[in-house]
Design a protein around this ligand. Structure first.
Ligand SMILES: Cc1ncc(COP(=O)(O)O)c(C=O)c1O
Ligand SMILES: N[C@@H](CCCC[NH3+])C(=O)O
Length: 476
């Protein structure tokens, strides 16, 4: 619908940017299945349910704000990724998206591996029984303690991110009398974010070793052929305590097409070929990282795991055949694409402040402490009145939090029913990834719980923080 065709068009046109949400949806009560977890529905009486449970009852039992995670959806997504990639490839769930012990157990049961990037994530994984050999350890500045613990526990791979780290991991492995499986993380000169495809300034970042160029800074390439990545291969191959199993590349976040992976695979395979020609070694693994996008709004149209798996396999196979290499074992590291769509955040409305001719500010009982993504990345979300249906007309709204910051926005532009009132419950979908895991205590907010819902039963898997939790840290 064009904006001018809508009765309220001119008013919205004054305050809304072109594009998303320039006009209200036809039915404010309708839940777009693309952005909600699979078992979310609206009852004939009007309330939103998940796993068969009414959000009003959930709010009464668990309070707000709270994240509600659809366990059946999470498990189904794990299986979809595992089945799409099959037995000759590995799916590593990126724990940074959201991790707790229950999630680790689900991953284990569904046959996924786990990518961790800190001692905290590693400890959580091990505490929940994930076998160490199914864990990959990441990080651009792993501490000695993290390296020591990872090697000691026997993680399946450590992804080396710098020259300094090659020496540190080799030293730790030698001291522990072990030979550590490692991959080298390379920057391939492609950075992909959402629909953008940026091929400049790509090596200007903290992660990984560049494929291109001659010097790698302090301790760099020293004039040998190839860039820092090729030099890193040389160094690792000389160290008895390290077993170089492959090359790793991660090109960005919230990516919707595979063209960036195509360039990445082409360049990674180029390095594999160079390694074979120079050292007579064919490395057996290639990891193309994560970054696959999800639907935050109805305008986003992510691919299914089957399509992604086929595209990535085809790309790697084609490149390897072209280079005369045996096709290595492929792995990927989706985080957001697995957990992102499976949860929503439930808030209670506290105040409603109409600004005539502009918009209505709707303040909820959470904000940038439970979802920093809007403030940090200008991320877009949708929102629905969840405790009841409404027949009222649309009201252009901005859903904001309760923090002392005017940028404390949860949903920048949303249409909510005009009869919205304090006490109503709002649900923001697609908050499973990078919301609880990036939650913070700004203004001494208490981080909300994560409640897993499945087949009519709900249980807390990460409890709400309490005032005692906050005060326990305050030892002054
Ligand atoms: C190395 C690596 N692997 C995997 C991921 C997971 O990304 P996403 O959650 O977007 O799939 C990230 C984060 O961007 C990452 O840095
Ligand atoms: N945290 C980011 C993505 C970075 C992922 C880690 N490399 C997000 O919320 O979208």
């Amino acid at each position: 619908m064009s904006r001018s065709a809508h009765p309220a068009g001119p008013r919205y046109a004054d305050v809304l940017p072109e594009g998303h949400y320039s006009a209200p949806p036809a039915d404010l009560n309708q839940l777009d299945q693309g952005v909600w977890a699979r078992t979310v529905a609206r009852t004939p009486e009007g309330a939103v349910t998940v796993g068969g449970l009414d959000v009003q009852q959930l709010a009464e039992e668990f309070g707000t704000p709270a994240y509600f995670l659809d366990e059946a959806d999470f498990r189904a997504r794990c299986r979809a990724w595992r089945d799409a990639f099959g037995a000759d490839a590995d799916v590593f769930y990126a724990g940074k998206a959201f991790l707790c012990r229950a999630v680790v157990r689900w991953l284990h049961e569904e046959g996924l591996n786990l990518d961790v990037c800190s001692l905290g994530e590693l400890t959580t994984a091990l505490a929940a029984g994930m076998p160490a050999e199914r864990i990959a350890m990441h990080g651009n500045n792993k501490s000695s303690e993290e390296i020591h613990r990872a090697v000691e526990e026997g993680v399946g791979r450590i992804v080396l991110d710098s020259f300094q780290e090659i020496a540190r991991v080799a030293h730790a492995a030698a001291a522990l009398g072990k030979r550590q499986r490692v991959q080298i993380r390379v920057t391939v000169g492609v950075e992909a974010h959402t629909h953008e495809f940026i091929a400049t300034a790509h090596e200007d970042q903290k992660f990984g070793l560049a494929l291109a160029g001659g010097a790698g800074g302090a301790g760099g390439a020293g004039g040998a052929a190839g860039g820092p990545a090729a030099e890193a291969v040389r160094r690792v191959l000389q160290l008895d305590s390290l077993e170089l199993v492959g090359i790793h590349s991660h090109i960005g976040s919230q990516i919707f097409d595979t063209s960036g992976f195509e360039v990445a695979a082409h360049r990674v395979v180029g390095l594999l070929r160079q390694v074979r020609d120079e050292h007579g070694v064919e490395l057996p693994e290639i990891d193309l990282g994560g970054g696959l996008g999800i639907a935050y709004t109805p305008d986003d149209d992510p691919s299914e795991p089957q399509e992604i798996a086929k595209a990535l396999r085809d790309i790697v196979t084609r490149e390897c055949e072209g280079a005369g290499l045996t096709v290595p074992r492929l792995s990927v590291e989706p985080g957001r694409a697995i957990v992102g769509p499976t949860a929503f955040t439930l808030y209670e409305v506290g105040t409603v402040k109409p600004l005539d001719g502009l918009r209505t500010y709707v303040s909820v009982d959470g904000g940038m402490s439970d979802n920093i993504r809007t403030a940090l990345y200008d991320a877009e979300y949708t929102v629905a009145l969840a405790s009841r249906a409404s027949t009222a007309g649309p009201m252009l709204s901005r859903v904001v939090g309760k923090h002392c910051e005017s940028g404390d926005i949860v949903v920048r532009d949303a249409f909510l029913p005009a009869d919205l009132a304090p006490g109503d419950l709002l649900a923001v979908p697609a908050t499973g990834a990078y919301c609880r895991s990036m939650a913070n205590n700004y203004n001494h907010a208490l981080r909300p719980p994560v409640v897993a819902v499945r087949d009519g039963a709900a249980r807390v898997i990460l409890r709400r923080e309490t005032e005692e939790d906050l005060l326990r840290l305050d030892v002054g």
